[in-house]
Structures are given as C-alpha cells and as structure tokens.
Ligand binder design. Structure first.
Ligand code: GLN
Length: 490
C-alpha cells in the first residue's frame, strides 16, 4: 500500500485493484503509528478524509475519474481549509477555523483528492528548519548512518516534506517564499517544485511576503509533482497576481528528454563551507544531462551574491505589513489590556514567536521613514538586477542546474543561536523567488553520512514543462531509491 506513487495509485484505483477508502485507511494508520514521532501533521482529519474517500470511490464506480480521485494528500497548514482549523503554526491564530477554502485546496478537492490532515511548518512559514513552529519541531524521517539523533526536515514546509518522505501521504502542498518547498524536499529526499510566481493562486493562503509567496507540490517522483501541479494551478480572478495563462500537461513534459536542450551552469552558485559532496553531485548532474544529449553552458548570474541580503529586506518588509492584521480584534488570540494599544501589545507579544517578532521588527525598520530609501527601495532595485541576470542567462540556455541547498539536513537545535547561519540555507533558492521563476528540487544522491541531497533545476517564467523534463532526466539517471529509516511499511 505504501509503495504507491500518485501515478501508480491512480492506475490501481481506476483498475479497481484498490479502493480510495483502503488507500486512505492505510495512510491514516501510518499517521497514527508514526506522527507521534515525526510531528509532521498538526491536525489529522480522519472523518473528512473518510468522507472524501467514499465520495471518490462512488465517482470511480460511476466511471468519473478525475485527476486525483482518491489520492490522499497532506496540506501545509498555511492553506485555509473550510471548516478545518488553520494555524500557520502560530499561537496567534488560535482558534481560527476558516469559513472558506483556499483556491489551491479547492482545486485539489475538485480534482477528487482526499485530505488527510494539515502539515506542520515554521511559524508563518518563516524558517528553514521547522524549529519555529508553535506546535513543536518536525523530525526528519532520515537519520545519519549509525547515529539516530533527530534531524530537521528543513523548512518552512517541513511537515509536508516529512509526511511524504515517511509515506504518510502520497503528496502534499507547500509554499515557497525563499526556498520553503525546495530545501525541505532536498533534506527529505523527495521532489518539490516552486512554480512561476502567478502560476497558482495565493487566495486563501496565509500571507508571508506577497510578492514572493508561491504554492507548489511535494511528491516522491517528478511525474507525481507534475500531476499535482496540474491540479493546483490555474488563473483565479480572486488573486490579481495570478496569471491568466493556460495550464499545460505537465506530466506529459516529464517524458520529453533533454536532447538538444541547453543547460546553464551558473558559476556563482558556490558557497563557503559547501560540502564537497554537493559540488561532486552537481558535477555528476551535469554529466548525466550531457550523457542524455543536453548541451552544457557556463553562465554568470553576477548579482546572486546580493540575493540573500535583499531577500532579508524585502521578505520581512512585506511580512511586517501582512502580519499587522493580527491585532487581537479580528482573528484568533486576544489578550485584553487597559486600552487598545495594550490590547495590541499583549496579543502580539503572546501570540508571535521569537523569529516572527524578529522579522516584524526588521521589516518595520526597513520600511520606516528615513530608512525606506536606504533599504527597501534599494533592495527592490537589486531585485530588478537579479531578474535581469536570469533574463540574460535564459537568452543562452533553456534551464539552469544548481545544488538546492548548501548542506544536507542538520540536527534539531543546530544553527538556532545564529539567525544569519540559518538564513544561509536559502542561498541557492532565494534568487528564483526574487525573479519569480520556477525551481524544482530532485533527489540526486546521498552524502557521506547517508543523507539525501537535491539538485535544483531553474527555468524560464511559465516554462515549468522544461523544468519537469530536466528534473525527470536527472531522476532517471540518479535512480534514487534509498528510503528513510522512519517510514510506513518499514
Ligand atoms: N527559509 C526562508 C525564510 O525563512 C524561506 C521561507 C519560505 O520560503 N517560506 O524566510
């Protein structure tokens, strides 16, 4: 039951070899057995899942198979789910039960998906380790060889990635503002894609940094991610930044191959202290693509070195503005005070964790009179230069290949005392958010300690098809089939 991919489960469901209800029960059992150890899900939704599975079985019996009929998924707890508690992994939203469904989750439900539960994350998606969740850290299902200390799953979508890697769900949703899909995918040995900004609607997703946030899927294969993205994406009049462009058959693109494609290798994607295995894996990835008929091109993205610094101005600035709405008046938690100011102060002090408060303070500072021009406006200008680098590079190549993250998964509690070290996790993923381009992480090998490492494929805006084609080519060559220590069916 747990060896299924989305594609193979879909075929088995249509051939009546398995029912949606059996598939759902198997995953609910796996969650009951392993979630106490992993803490990947904040909320489990057994009744909802059973009802959705029964409805999927009825539809399948009528011969009405939709793209995801009966496929059990985990939903990052940043997506509003109608009638189901949504936390953003923060105390400040307690007890918020949205009366509406986000567009992305509504699209998935329309495609017949079954929702098993809401996945843990860093508070308001701010983090790279899942350590900032008000609901406790997530444990990576992978451990180092001969060492069973708990590792982080990455972040912010760490619960989604851990759930898929440990086989608690066939796929999951995530969001990626600076790497929150790709870095956890790399840390957990699965596939994740951040599509082009505007590909998926942001409506009904708790906002972090609105000009960077994008929803995307996690799954155990590139094809499965393509299937999920096809169901999630699409124009939405309720999000003015959602793009009115057709949604192509992403899954079909996975079999295109890379013959004749020009793959750029950006020379700036190296960081101090990057593990030698990562450099070696990158060279291996280049060799795999060359062997499959791609032409490898050396490219330069000169403003990459400013991307992280600029991100940590733009993202907190937008966060400080977006999070102003949590004031104890309209949503969730309220801590009363003598007057209105005290109500705000008490509520926000009690409701927000340390990382969120740090971001709000940085964001408020860089937007304040006198500093706006020096920081925020300047960061926006650098952002335009980062985009120009990519536009220039894509005149010479069809996609770029880079490492996803500068390290493999690290221990829970490591890097916690130094926010700058933590922020360095995003050094290779942030530029794609700054430029709005799609990026996919695909597991490509193991480090010396037996932990998975991902390679990142970056593409032109709205050319996820080429990204999937390149990702699938790496997947075929890597034949990555190692499984994590903690998993259902082990
Ligand atoms: N790790 C990055 C941050 O902390 C990115 C988070 C994200 O993509 N949501 O901001």
């Amino acid at each position: 039951m747990h060896d299924f991919t989305i594609a193979s489960a879909r075929a088995a469901l249509r051939a009546k070899k398995v029912s949606a209800q059996e598939l759902t029960e198997a995953h609910l059992d796996a969650i009951a057995a392993l979630n106490p150890r992993l803490n990947a899900l904040i909320t489990v939704m057994p009744e909802t899942a059973r009802a959705q599975a029964a409805a999927a079985d009825a539809a399948l019996a009528r011969g009405e198979a939709h793209a995801l009929s009966g496929i059990p998924l985990a939903i990052k707890d940043l997506f509003c789910t109608g009638g189901v508690r949504t936390t953003a992994a923060s105390r400040i939203l307690e007890p918020f039960v949205p009366p509406y469904e986000s567009t992305v989750t509504a699209n998935l439900l329309r495609a017949g998906a079954v929702f098993l539960g809401k996945a843990n994350l860093d508070e308001f998606a701010m983090g790279s380790s899942n350590m900032t969740s008000a609901f406790g850290p997530v444990t990576n299902p992978w451990t180092r060889r001969g060492d069973n200390r708990a590792l982080v799953p990455g972040g912010s979508s760490g619960g989604s990635a851990a759930a898929v890697a440990a086989r608690l769900a066939l796929g999951a949703t995530g969001t990626d503002t600076g790497g929150s899909i790709r870095q956890p995918a790399s840390f957990c040995g699965i596939v994740g894609i951040k599509p082009t900004y505007g590909r998926c609607s942001r409506w009904g997703i708790v906002a972090f940094a609105s000009s960077l946030d994008q929803a995307g899927p996690f799954a155990r294969t590139v094809e499965d991610c393509a299937i999920l993205l096809g169901a999630m994406a699409g124009h939405d009049p309720k999000d003015s930044t959602s793009a009115d462009v057709p949604v192509p058959d992403f899954a079909a693109a996975c079999t295109r191959g890379v013959k004749g494609l020009r793959i750029g290798v950006p020379r700036e994607y190296r960081s101090d202290g990057m593990a030698p295995e990562i450099e070696a894996l990158w060279q291996q990835g280049i060799a795999w693509l060359r062997e499959q008929g791609a032409e490898i091109i050396d490219v330069s993205l000169p403003h990459t070195k400013y991307a992280l610094a600029t991100y940590y101005i733009v993202a907190p600035a937008e966060a400080s503005s977006n999070l102003a709405r949590y004031d104890g008046v309209r949503f969730g938690l309220r801590k009363d005070g003598e007057d209105l100011d005290q109500l705000y102060e008490n509520t926000r002090a009690a409701g927000f964790g340390a990382e969120v408060r740090r971001r709000i303070m940085i964001g408020t500072y860089v937007l304040s009179a006198g500093y706006y021009d020096a920081y925020y406006l300047r960061a926006q200008k650098v952002r335009a230069l980062i985009l120009r680098d990519f536009t220039e590079a894509f005149r010479h190549c069809d996609a770029l290949l880079t490492p996803t993250a500068p390290s493999a998964a690290f221990g829970q509690g490591e890097k916690m005392d130094d926010p700058v070290t933590m922020y360095l996790n995003d050094v290779f993923t942030v530029p794609a958010n700054m430029a709005g381009i799609p990026g996919l992480s695909v597991p490509a090998g193991l480090d010396a300690q037996g932990l998975p490492l991902g390679l990142q494929v970056l593409g032109k805006p709205f050319d996820e098809e080429t990204v999937f084609a390149v990702g699938a080519a790496i997947e075929r060559a890597a034949a990555f089939n190692v499984l994590p220590a903690i998993r259902a069916g082990a």
